[in-house]
Write a protein that binds this ligand. Structure first.
Ligand SMILES: C[S@@+](CC[C@H](N)C(=O)[O-])C[C@H]1O[C@@H](n2cnc3c(N)ncnc32)[C@H](O)[C@@H]1O
Length: 338
């Protein structure tokens, strides 16, 4: 009862209600909200503080930026969603706020386009070396279609490619990446696609900011070759998998394009099937038969594995970082503070 009263009190103010309505559509910064609402930063920050304290909003710090969105779980999550659902779509102020948000997102689009222009050459180069992306995507979707997935984690999500691909298949998904620029691109792409149930966070694949057993499926699409210690990355991915959950790595088979080390910062020139299978087993996972997609200079491979349903992963590597935040039903990231 106290939580409900706290939430209702916090939301019972026009600007705060408008903020909730906006954050239900996209993850936003203080400056985005200032632009949409036409109010000063100190005022918006004060409203945000109250909403976070009432658990109606979740705040995620990324370097100098704080991002606000509706929480994925916990006391205020349902109250926030109920309140937002009560907002009539025809309400003039709310619909004007959403129109303004649309136009602000055009500014994000320009930044996104700039970033892509800078990196397009690198990506085109890599894509040209292997089989077409559509085929890889189809295989990835097929690999994950065996069992229902309540929550998905995409490690090294980049522009959110895997989240966009699987959004229709999952009720909740989180992508992590260490690059803030890529996350900005991903946020933009998810907003444009209307995938409000997908979110992204800045994090390193070696130290995932999630409790153990938080996800039904974890993906690493073209990321593992950047890892200093792929075995530790797979151990960390296995740690956050629920029993019965599935891990899928998509990467290159071993190759000899040494130039990719210099030009694209690849740490590994692909991987062998037995190498990945060994790492999977050490992480307590049961590997499936790999899928080799030939058709270019580089062969793309899907390596899938499952955590046994009744398993406690006795042999999995210890987590590299101490974790003490609570688990929420949709595996919300940790380390939030108001
Ligand atoms: C080739 S991109 C692939 C992006 C995406 N998975 C896709 O399929 O389009 C590799 C991504 O891995 C991210 N990355 C590299 N090292 C990382 C690390 N240690 N932790 C998290 N992300 C990392 C990069 O920032 C980049 O976005």
């Amino acid at each position: 009862m106290d939580d409900i009263l706290k939430g209702l009190r916090a939301a019972a103010e026009p600007t705060r209600l408008r903020i909730l309505g906006l954050c239900a559509h996209a993850e936003l910064t203080v400056s985005d909200l200032c632009d949409v609402l036409g109010q000063s930063q100190p005022r918006i920050s004060r409203h945000l503080k109250l909403l976070v304290e009432a658990n109606l909003l979740q705040r995620n710090q990324e370097g100098p930026w704080a991002w606000y969105r509706l929480p994925e779980g916990g006391a205020g999550s349902e109250i926030a969603r109920l309140i937002v659902d009560l907002l009539p779509p025809e309400d003039r102020r709310h619909s004007m706020d959403l129109e303004r948000l649309e136009s602000i997102s055009e500014g994000w689009a320009t930044r996104v386009a700039d970033y892509f222009r800078q990196h397009a050459g690198d990506w085109e180069h890599i894509r040209a070396l292997h089989t077409d992306q559509e085929r890889v995507d189809k295989e990835l979707m097929a690999a994950l279609s065996g069992r229902p997935i309540a929550s998905l984690l995409d490690i090294g999500t980049g522009a959110g490619h895997v989240l966009l691909l699987l959004a229709a298949q999952v009720p909740a998904a989180i992508g992590i990446d260490r690059s803030r620029e890529m996350l900005q691109v991903a946020r933009h792409n998810l907003f444009r696609a209307g995938h409000r149930h997908c979110q992204v966070r800045q994090a390193d694949m070696m130290t995932l900011p999630f409790d153990k057993e938080s996800f039904d499926a974890v993906t690493l699409n073209m990321v593992l070759h950047f890892a200093d210690r792929p075995d530790a990355v797979l151990g960390e991915a296995a740690r956050v998998l629920r029993p019965g959950g599935q891990l899928v790595v998509v990467d290159f088979a071993t190759h000899e394009l040494v130039a990719l080390r210099e030009e694209q910062a690849h740490r590994w020139l692909g991987f062998g099937d037995s190498q990945i299978a060994d790492w999977y087993r050490k992480a307590g996972l049961v590997p499936s038969r790999p899928r080799h997609l030939t058709g270019g200079e580089l062969t793309v491979v899907l390596w899938s594995a499952r955590r046994p349903a009744n398993d406690a992963i006795a042999s999995a590597p210890a987590s590299p970082r101490k974790r003490n935040a609570k688990t929420t039903k949709t595996a919300a990231p940790k380390g939030r503070s108001a």
